[in-house]
Design a protein around this ligand. Structure first.
Ligand SMILES: Cc1cc2nc3c(=O)[nH]c(=O)nc-3n(C[C@H](O)[C@H](O)[C@H](O)COP(=O)(O)OP(=O)(O)OC[C@H]3O[C@@H](n4cnc5c(N)ncnc54)[C@H](O)[C@@H]3O)c2cc1C
Length: 418
Protein backbone atom coordinates (compact mmCIF):
# COMPACT_ATOMS: atom_id res chain seq x y z
CA UNK A 1 0.00 0.00 0.00
CA UNK A 2 1.43 3.36 -0.97
CA UNK A 3 -0.11 6.17 0.95
CA UNK A 4 0.92 9.31 2.79
CA UNK A 5 1.87 8.65 6.38
CA UNK A 6 0.78 10.80 9.32
CA UNK A 7 0.91 10.57 13.08
CA UNK A 8 -2.76 11.47 13.26
CA UNK A 9 -5.60 11.85 10.81
CA UNK A 10 -8.59 13.82 12.12
CA UNK A 11 -11.96 13.20 10.49
CA UNK A 12 -14.36 16.14 10.66
CA UNK A 13 -13.41 19.81 10.34
CA UNK A 14 -15.98 21.19 12.74
CA UNK A 15 -15.07 22.96 15.97
CA UNK A 16 -14.06 19.68 17.64
CA UNK A 17 -11.93 18.33 14.80
CA UNK A 18 -10.47 21.79 14.11
CA UNK A 19 -9.43 22.13 17.76
CA UNK A 20 -7.96 18.61 17.86
CA UNK A 21 -5.94 19.24 14.67
CA UNK A 22 -4.75 22.57 16.06
CA UNK A 23 -3.53 21.24 19.41
CA UNK A 24 -1.96 18.13 17.86
CA UNK A 25 -0.11 20.09 15.18
CA UNK A 26 1.04 22.63 17.74
CA UNK A 27 2.54 19.75 19.71
CA UNK A 28 4.65 18.87 16.67
CA UNK A 29 2.73 15.85 15.38
CA UNK A 30 2.19 15.24 11.65
CA UNK A 31 -1.53 15.85 11.30
CA UNK A 32 -3.97 15.46 8.40
CA UNK A 33 -7.48 16.90 8.66
CA UNK A 34 -10.25 15.86 6.33
CA UNK A 35 -13.93 16.61 5.88
CA UNK A 36 -16.18 15.71 2.99
CA UNK A 37 -17.89 19.10 3.01
CA UNK A 38 -15.06 21.50 3.85
CA UNK A 39 -14.28 23.45 7.03
CA UNK A 40 -17.15 24.46 9.40
CA UNK A 41 -19.72 23.07 7.01
CA UNK A 42 -22.22 21.71 9.51
CA UNK A 43 -23.21 22.36 13.16
CA UNK A 44 -20.05 24.40 13.68
CA UNK A 45 -21.29 27.06 11.32
CA UNK A 46 -24.91 26.88 12.44
CA UNK A 47 -24.75 27.17 16.23
CA UNK A 48 -25.68 30.20 18.30
CA UNK A 49 -22.31 30.08 20.04
CA UNK A 50 -23.43 30.84 23.60
CA UNK A 51 -20.63 30.13 26.06
CA UNK A 52 -23.01 29.51 28.94
CA UNK A 53 -22.16 26.31 30.82
CA UNK A 54 -24.39 27.44 33.70
CA UNK A 55 -27.42 27.68 31.42
CA UNK A 56 -28.79 24.27 32.25
CA UNK A 57 -27.23 23.86 35.70
CA UNK A 58 -29.52 23.74 38.72
CA UNK A 59 -28.50 23.77 42.37
CA UNK A 60 -28.89 20.00 42.49
CA UNK A 61 -26.65 19.02 39.58
CA UNK A 62 -23.48 20.92 40.38
CA UNK A 63 -21.41 17.77 39.99
CA UNK A 64 -22.86 17.05 36.59
CA UNK A 65 -19.95 15.97 34.36
CA UNK A 66 -21.16 18.13 31.48
CA UNK A 67 -21.17 21.21 33.73
CA UNK A 68 -17.61 20.44 34.82
CA UNK A 69 -16.56 20.00 31.20
CA UNK A 70 -18.29 23.27 30.33
CA UNK A 71 -16.51 25.15 33.12
CA UNK A 72 -13.21 23.70 31.91
CA UNK A 73 -14.27 24.85 28.44
CA UNK A 74 -14.65 28.43 29.71
CA UNK A 75 -11.22 28.32 31.35
CA UNK A 76 -9.72 26.92 28.17
CA UNK A 77 -11.19 29.79 26.14
CA UNK A 78 -9.28 32.35 28.21
CA UNK A 79 -5.98 30.92 27.07
CA UNK A 80 -7.12 29.88 23.58
CA UNK A 81 -8.30 33.37 22.66
CA UNK A 82 -4.95 34.93 23.46
CA UNK A 83 -3.00 32.12 21.82
CA UNK A 84 -4.97 32.13 18.57
CA UNK A 85 -4.90 35.90 18.24
CA UNK A 86 -1.15 36.01 18.69
CA UNK A 87 -0.54 33.12 16.29
CA UNK A 88 -2.86 34.27 13.50
CA UNK A 89 -3.09 38.02 14.06
CA UNK A 90 -6.87 37.69 13.80
CA UNK A 91 -9.86 38.16 16.11
CA UNK A 92 -10.75 34.81 17.68
CA UNK A 93 -14.51 35.39 17.48
CA UNK A 94 -15.23 35.97 21.18
CA UNK A 95 -17.94 38.48 22.15
CA UNK A 96 -17.40 39.57 25.76
CA UNK A 97 -20.91 40.63 26.60
CA UNK A 98 -22.41 39.23 29.82
CA UNK A 99 -25.34 36.86 30.11
CA UNK A 100 -28.64 37.46 31.89
CA UNK A 101 -30.82 34.61 33.14
CA UNK A 102 -34.16 36.39 33.59
CA UNK A 103 -37.36 35.19 35.27
CA UNK A 104 -40.77 36.35 34.04
CA UNK A 105 -42.91 35.09 36.93
CA UNK A 106 -42.53 34.94 40.70
CA UNK A 107 -42.07 31.18 40.86
CA UNK A 108 -39.17 31.16 38.38
CA UNK A 109 -37.62 34.17 40.10
CA UNK A 110 -37.71 32.31 43.40
CA UNK A 111 -36.19 29.20 41.81
CA UNK A 112 -33.37 31.19 40.21
CA UNK A 113 -32.64 33.03 43.46
CA UNK A 114 -32.59 29.93 45.59
CA UNK A 115 -30.12 28.18 43.29
CA UNK A 116 -27.77 31.16 43.10
CA UNK A 117 -25.61 30.44 46.16
CA UNK A 118 -24.77 26.96 44.89
CA UNK A 119 -23.87 28.30 41.46
CA UNK A 120 -21.67 30.95 43.09
CA UNK A 121 -19.51 28.14 44.49
CA UNK A 122 -18.37 27.63 40.87
CA UNK A 123 -18.58 31.20 39.62
CA UNK A 124 -18.44 33.71 42.52
CA UNK A 125 -18.98 36.64 40.17
CA UNK A 126 -22.66 35.73 39.61
CA UNK A 127 -25.17 38.11 41.16
CA UNK A 128 -28.88 38.63 41.50
CA UNK A 129 -30.40 41.75 39.90
CA UNK A 130 -33.79 43.09 40.97
CA UNK A 131 -36.36 43.78 38.26
CA UNK A 132 -35.70 47.55 38.10
CA UNK A 133 -32.02 47.05 37.57
CA UNK A 134 -32.63 44.42 34.90
CA UNK A 135 -34.95 46.81 33.02
CA UNK A 136 -32.38 49.58 33.28
CA UNK A 137 -29.56 47.37 31.99
CA UNK A 138 -31.55 45.73 29.24
CA UNK A 139 -34.50 47.89 28.13
CA UNK A 140 -35.35 45.55 25.25
CA UNK A 141 -36.55 42.87 27.68
CA UNK A 142 -40.24 42.31 28.43
CA UNK A 143 -41.36 44.71 31.22
CA UNK A 144 -42.84 41.73 33.11
CA UNK A 145 -39.32 40.65 34.09
CA UNK A 146 -39.13 39.83 37.83
CA UNK A 147 -35.35 39.76 38.22
CA UNK A 148 -32.34 37.99 36.73
CA UNK A 149 -29.02 36.35 37.45
CA UNK A 150 -26.18 38.33 35.91
CA UNK A 151 -23.23 36.24 34.72
CA UNK A 152 -20.46 38.63 33.63
CA UNK A 153 -18.06 36.02 32.20
CA UNK A 154 -20.41 33.96 30.02
CA UNK A 155 -20.17 35.53 26.57
CA UNK A 156 -20.57 34.07 23.12
CA UNK A 157 -18.50 33.15 20.10
CA UNK A 158 -18.83 33.34 16.32
CA UNK A 159 -18.53 29.58 16.10
CA UNK A 160 -17.96 29.32 12.33
CA UNK A 161 -15.29 31.99 12.44
CA UNK A 162 -13.52 30.34 15.38
CA UNK A 163 -13.64 26.94 13.67
CA UNK A 164 -12.07 28.35 10.50
CA UNK A 165 -9.44 30.13 12.61
CA UNK A 166 -8.57 26.94 14.50
CA UNK A 167 -8.00 25.21 11.16
CA UNK A 168 -5.96 28.14 9.91
CA UNK A 169 -3.80 28.03 13.04
CA UNK A 170 -3.47 24.25 12.68
CA UNK A 171 -2.17 24.74 9.14
CA UNK A 172 0.27 27.40 10.36
CA UNK A 173 1.50 24.83 12.88
CA UNK A 174 2.11 22.31 10.07
CA UNK A 175 -1.16 20.36 9.74
CA UNK A 176 -2.38 19.43 6.29
CA UNK A 177 -5.99 20.02 5.19
CA UNK A 178 -6.83 17.30 2.67
CA UNK A 179 -9.18 17.96 -0.28
CA UNK A 180 -12.84 17.29 0.57
CA UNK A 181 -13.45 13.55 0.85
CA UNK A 182 -15.55 11.12 2.78
CA UNK A 183 -13.95 8.73 5.29
CA UNK A 184 -15.39 5.28 4.66
CA UNK A 185 -13.51 2.86 6.89
CA UNK A 186 -10.70 2.35 9.38
CA UNK A 187 -7.59 0.55 8.20
CA UNK A 188 -7.14 -2.39 10.55
CA UNK A 189 -4.19 -4.79 10.84
CA UNK A 190 -5.95 -7.23 13.14
CA UNK A 191 -4.47 -5.58 16.23
CA UNK A 192 -4.93 -1.87 15.84
CA UNK A 193 -6.05 0.97 13.63
CA UNK A 194 -3.48 1.98 11.00
CA UNK A 195 -5.23 4.89 9.34
CA UNK A 196 -8.33 5.20 7.29
CA UNK A 197 -9.79 4.59 3.90
CA UNK A 198 -11.45 7.54 2.23
CA UNK A 199 -13.24 7.64 -1.09
CA UNK A 200 -9.90 8.78 -2.57
CA UNK A 201 -7.90 5.90 -1.13
CA UNK A 202 -6.03 4.77 1.97
CA UNK A 203 -4.43 7.26 4.36
CA UNK A 204 -1.90 5.71 6.71
CA UNK A 205 -1.69 7.14 10.21
CA UNK A 206 -0.74 5.88 13.66
CA UNK A 207 -3.92 7.38 15.12
CA UNK A 208 -7.36 8.33 13.84
CA UNK A 209 -9.51 10.91 15.65
CA UNK A 210 -13.23 10.81 14.81
CA UNK A 211 -14.82 14.24 15.19
CA UNK A 212 -17.69 13.42 12.90
CA UNK A 213 -20.56 15.19 14.67
CA UNK A 214 -24.10 13.95 13.98
CA UNK A 215 -22.78 11.34 11.50
CA UNK A 216 -20.79 9.39 14.09
CA UNK A 217 -23.02 6.37 14.72
CA UNK A 218 -21.89 4.76 11.51
CA UNK A 219 -18.63 3.85 13.30
CA UNK A 220 -20.32 2.31 16.37
CA UNK A 221 -21.26 -1.35 16.72
CA UNK A 222 -24.93 -0.44 17.20
CA UNK A 223 -24.90 1.24 13.80
CA UNK A 224 -27.44 3.76 12.59
CA UNK A 225 -30.52 1.78 13.59
CA UNK A 226 -29.78 2.23 17.30
CA UNK A 227 -27.69 5.37 16.90
CA UNK A 228 -25.70 6.36 19.98
CA UNK A 229 -25.34 9.86 18.46
CA UNK A 230 -28.28 11.36 16.59
CA UNK A 231 -28.95 14.68 14.81
CA UNK A 232 -31.16 17.14 16.70
CA UNK A 233 -32.27 19.86 14.33
CA UNK A 234 -32.13 23.43 15.61
CA UNK A 235 -33.51 26.43 13.74
CA UNK A 236 -32.26 29.95 14.38
CA UNK A 237 -33.30 33.44 13.31
CA UNK A 238 -31.00 36.45 12.86
CA UNK A 239 -32.42 39.92 13.52
CA UNK A 240 -30.91 43.34 12.95
CA UNK A 241 -32.13 45.82 15.58
CA UNK A 242 -33.04 49.22 14.19
CA UNK A 243 -32.43 51.10 17.43
CA UNK A 244 -30.40 50.28 20.50
CA UNK A 245 -28.41 47.05 20.49
CA UNK A 246 -28.98 44.08 22.78
CA UNK A 247 -26.37 44.31 25.54
CA UNK A 248 -26.49 40.80 27.03
CA UNK A 249 -27.05 37.24 25.97
CA UNK A 250 -30.52 36.51 27.30
CA UNK A 251 -31.01 32.91 28.34
CA UNK A 252 -34.67 32.51 29.31
CA UNK A 253 -34.77 28.75 29.95
CA UNK A 254 -37.55 26.92 28.11
CA UNK A 255 -38.79 30.18 26.55
CA UNK A 256 -35.67 30.48 24.37
CA UNK A 257 -32.63 32.72 24.04
CA UNK A 258 -31.24 35.80 22.29
CA UNK A 259 -27.56 36.25 21.51
CA UNK A 260 -26.00 39.61 20.54
CA UNK A 261 -23.30 39.14 17.90
CA UNK A 262 -20.19 41.23 17.22
CA UNK A 263 -21.76 42.87 14.13
CA UNK A 264 -24.82 44.06 16.10
CA UNK A 265 -27.16 41.33 14.87
CA UNK A 266 -29.09 39.15 17.33
CA UNK A 267 -29.50 35.37 17.01
CA UNK A 268 -32.80 34.05 18.34
CA UNK A 269 -33.04 30.38 19.21
CA UNK A 270 -33.77 27.68 18.95
CA UNK A 271 -36.01 24.79 17.97
CA UNK A 272 -35.20 21.19 18.97
CA UNK A 273 -36.58 18.74 16.44
CA UNK A 274 -36.01 15.06 15.61
CA UNK A 275 -36.14 15.22 11.80
CA UNK A 276 -33.27 12.95 10.80
CA UNK A 277 -30.71 14.83 8.74
CA UNK A 278 -33.16 17.39 7.34
CA UNK A 279 -31.95 21.00 7.65
CA UNK A 280 -34.89 22.89 6.15
CA UNK A 281 -35.81 26.16 7.85
CA UNK A 282 -39.60 25.98 8.18
CA UNK A 283 -42.58 28.30 8.72
CA UNK A 284 -43.37 26.51 12.00
CA UNK A 285 -39.79 26.98 13.18
CA UNK A 286 -39.89 30.67 12.33
CA UNK A 287 -43.20 31.07 14.20
CA UNK A 288 -41.63 29.52 17.30
CA UNK A 289 -38.64 31.88 17.11
CA UNK A 290 -40.82 34.95 16.62
CA UNK A 291 -42.72 33.91 19.75
CA UNK A 292 -39.41 34.01 21.66
CA UNK A 293 -38.93 37.63 20.55
CA UNK A 294 -42.47 38.56 21.55
CA UNK A 295 -42.31 36.93 24.99
CA UNK A 296 -38.73 37.67 26.02
CA UNK A 297 -37.61 40.83 24.22
CA UNK A 298 -40.56 42.60 22.59
CA UNK A 299 -38.30 45.63 22.22
CA UNK A 300 -36.89 43.77 19.21
CA UNK A 301 -40.17 43.45 17.32
CA UNK A 302 -39.18 46.30 14.99
CA UNK A 303 -35.85 44.64 14.17
CA UNK A 304 -35.31 43.56 10.56
CA UNK A 305 -35.36 39.83 9.85
CA UNK A 306 -32.02 38.93 8.24
CA UNK A 307 -32.12 35.17 7.79
CA UNK A 308 -33.19 31.84 9.18
CA UNK A 309 -31.28 28.58 9.05
CA UNK A 310 -30.96 25.19 10.70
CA UNK A 311 -28.15 22.93 11.86
CA UNK A 312 -27.79 19.47 13.34
CA UNK A 313 -26.63 19.13 16.96
CA UNK A 314 -24.76 15.85 17.48
CA UNK A 315 -26.62 14.54 20.53
CA UNK A 316 -25.59 11.38 22.36
CA UNK A 317 -28.31 9.14 23.79
CA UNK A 318 -27.07 9.54 27.38
CA UNK A 319 -26.46 13.26 27.02
CA UNK A 320 -22.67 13.07 27.38
CA UNK A 321 -20.04 13.31 24.66
CA UNK A 322 -17.61 10.49 23.86
CA UNK A 323 -14.07 11.69 24.50
CA UNK A 324 -10.85 9.68 24.54
CA UNK A 325 -9.34 6.45 23.26
CA UNK A 326 -11.48 3.51 22.14
CA UNK A 327 -9.90 0.59 24.05
CA UNK A 328 -11.37 -2.03 21.70
CA UNK A 329 -9.74 -0.31 18.71
CA UNK A 330 -6.23 0.81 19.68
CA UNK A 331 -5.21 3.85 17.65
CA UNK A 332 -8.81 5.14 17.45
CA UNK A 333 -9.92 8.26 19.38
CA UNK A 334 -13.41 9.63 19.81
CA UNK A 335 -14.44 13.27 20.09
CA UNK A 336 -18.15 13.25 19.26
CA UNK A 337 -21.62 13.85 20.72
CA UNK A 338 -21.33 17.39 22.09
CA UNK A 339 -24.99 18.13 21.50
CA UNK A 340 -26.13 21.58 22.60
CA UNK A 341 -22.80 22.56 24.14
CA UNK A 342 -20.22 22.00 21.43
CA UNK A 343 -19.26 25.67 21.19
CA UNK A 344 -18.41 25.64 24.90
CA UNK A 345 -16.84 22.19 25.08
CA UNK A 346 -15.52 21.63 21.53
CA UNK A 347 -12.21 23.49 21.87
CA UNK A 348 -11.36 21.95 25.25
CA UNK A 349 -12.23 18.51 23.85
CA UNK A 350 -9.67 18.99 21.09
CA UNK A 351 -7.13 19.90 23.74
CA UNK A 352 -8.02 16.89 25.91
CA UNK A 353 -7.63 14.47 23.01
CA UNK A 354 -4.29 16.00 22.04
CA UNK A 355 -3.00 15.72 25.60
CA UNK A 356 -4.15 12.13 26.09
CA UNK A 357 -2.80 11.06 22.71
CA UNK A 358 0.63 12.30 23.79
CA UNK A 359 0.41 10.24 26.97
CA UNK A 360 -0.35 13.18 29.26
CA UNK A 361 -3.04 13.30 31.97
CA UNK A 362 -6.44 14.89 31.44
CA UNK A 363 -6.10 18.69 31.69
CA UNK A 364 -8.07 20.94 34.07
CA UNK A 365 -8.28 18.11 36.67
CA UNK A 366 -11.13 16.60 34.70
CA UNK A 367 -12.52 13.18 35.51
CA UNK A 368 -13.08 11.77 32.03
CA UNK A 369 -14.69 8.48 33.08
CA UNK A 370 -18.25 9.66 32.36
CA UNK A 371 -17.16 10.38 28.77
CA UNK A 372 -15.53 6.96 28.18
CA UNK A 373 -16.05 6.19 24.47
CA UNK A 374 -16.94 2.53 24.95
CA UNK A 375 -19.51 2.95 27.76
CA UNK A 376 -22.34 2.13 25.35
CA UNK A 377 -20.49 -0.42 23.19
CA UNK A 378 -17.49 -0.62 20.88
CA UNK A 379 -16.59 1.69 18.02
CA UNK A 380 -15.79 -1.33 15.91
CA UNK A 381 -17.65 -0.92 12.62
CA UNK A 382 -16.21 -0.18 9.19
CA UNK A 383 -12.87 -1.83 9.77
CA UNK A 384 -11.08 -2.62 6.53
CA UNK A 385 -8.08 -4.91 6.51
CA UNK A 386 -4.86 -3.72 4.97
CA UNK A 387 -5.18 -6.29 2.18
CA UNK A 388 -8.67 -5.01 1.28
CA UNK A 389 -7.32 -1.49 1.28
CA UNK A 390 -4.38 -2.64 -0.85
CA UNK A 391 -6.93 -3.65 -3.48
CA UNK A 392 -8.02 -0.06 -3.71
CA UNK A 393 -5.76 0.75 -6.65
CA UNK A 394 -7.13 -2.19 -8.59
CA UNK A 395 -10.21 -1.78 -10.82
CA UNK A 396 -12.96 -0.13 -8.75
CA UNK A 397 -15.29 -3.17 -9.08
CA UNK A 398 -12.87 -5.34 -7.18
CA UNK A 399 -12.45 -2.85 -4.38
CA UNK A 400 -16.17 -2.22 -4.13
CA UNK A 401 -16.78 -5.90 -3.69
CA UNK A 402 -14.24 -6.09 -0.87
CA UNK A 403 -15.74 -3.26 1.13
CA UNK A 404 -19.31 -3.18 -0.11
CA UNK A 405 -20.85 -3.22 3.34
CA UNK A 406 -18.64 -0.41 4.66
CA UNK A 407 -19.07 1.82 1.66
CA UNK A 408 -22.84 1.52 1.42
CA UNK A 409 -23.24 2.14 5.14
CA UNK A 410 -21.12 5.28 4.80
CA UNK A 411 -23.18 6.49 1.86
CA UNK A 412 -26.49 5.84 3.66
CA UNK A 413 -25.26 7.86 6.58
CA UNK A 414 -24.13 10.71 4.36
CA UNK A 415 -27.58 10.90 2.76
CA UNK A 416 -29.22 10.81 6.13
CA UNK A 417 -30.86 7.39 6.05
CA UNK A 418 -32.20 6.99 9.62
C1 LIG B 1 -29.19 25.68 16.23
C2 LIG B 1 -27.99 25.34 17.06
C3 LIG B 1 -27.66 26.14 18.14
C4 LIG B 1 -26.55 25.82 18.92
N1 LIG B 1 -26.20 26.67 19.93
C5 LIG B 1 -25.13 26.36 20.71
C6 LIG B 1 -24.75 27.25 21.75
O1 LIG B 1 -25.34 28.32 21.93
N2 LIG B 1 -23.68 26.91 22.52
C7 LIG B 1 -23.01 25.74 22.34
O2 LIG B 1 -22.06 25.46 23.09
N3 LIG B 1 -23.33 24.90 21.32
C8 LIG B 1 -24.37 25.18 20.52
N4 LIG B 1 -24.72 24.35 19.50
C9 LIG B 1 -24.01 23.08 19.38
C10 LIG B 1 -22.70 23.18 18.60
O3 LIG B 1 -22.86 23.99 17.48
C11 LIG B 1 -22.27 21.76 18.20
O4 LIG B 1 -22.26 20.92 19.35
C12 LIG B 1 -20.88 21.73 17.59
O5 LIG B 1 -20.79 22.62 16.51
C13 LIG B 1 -20.55 20.31 17.12
O6 LIG B 1 -19.29 20.35 16.52
P1 LIG B 1 -18.67 19.05 15.84
O7 LIG B 1 -17.32 19.44 15.37
O8 LIG B 1 -18.82 17.90 16.77
O9 LIG B 1 -19.67 18.71 14.64
P2 LIG B 1 -19.86 19.40 13.21
O10 LIG B 1 -19.61 20.84 13.22
O11 LIG B 1 -21.19 18.94 12.68
O12 LIG B 1 -18.68 18.75 12.36
C14 LIG B 1 -18.65 17.39 12.00
C15 LIG B 1 -18.01 17.33 10.62
O13 LIG B 1 -17.71 15.97 10.32
C16 LIG B 1 -17.84 15.80 8.92
N5 LIG B 1 -18.00 14.37 8.68
C17 LIG B 1 -18.88 13.53 9.28
N6 LIG B 1 -18.68 12.28 8.84
C18 LIG B 1 -17.66 12.33 7.93
C19 LIG B 1 -17.02 11.36 7.12
N7 LIG B 1 -17.37 10.06 7.16
N8 LIG B 1 -16.03 11.75 6.28
C20 LIG B 1 -15.66 13.06 6.23
N9 LIG B 1 -16.25 14.03 6.96
C21 LIG B 1 -17.23 13.67 7.81
C22 LIG B 1 -19.08 16.62 8.57
O14 LIG B 1 -19.05 16.99 7.19
C23 LIG B 1 -18.92 17.83 9.51
O15 LIG B 1 -18.31 18.92 8.87
C24 LIG B 1 -25.79 24.67 18.66
C25 LIG B 1 -26.09 23.89 17.54
C26 LIG B 1 -27.18 24.22 16.75
C27 LIG B 1 -27.47 23.38 15.53
Amino acid sequence: MQAPSYDVVVVGAGIVGGAAAYHLARAGLRVALLDRSGVAAEASDAGAGMLTPLAEAGADDLHDPLLRLGLAGLRHYERLEEQLQSETGMWAGLVHLPTLYPAFDDKSAEQLRSGLAALQSWRPELRWLEADEVRRREPLLAPTVRGAILSPAEGNVAIGHLTRLLVRAALLAGAELLPPQSAQGLLWDGQRVRGLLSERGPIEAAHVVLATGAWSSIWHERGEQEAVVYPLKGQLLALRPSGQPLRHTIYAGPLGYLVPKADGSVFVGATSERRGFDKTATAGGLAQLLAVVRQVAPGLEEAAVERTWAGLRPVSIDGLPFIGPAPGSPGLWLAVGHGRVGAITGPVTGFIVAELLQGRPAPYDLDLRPFAPERLGAWSRLRITLSEAGAWRQPPGLFRQASAESASAAEDQRRGTP
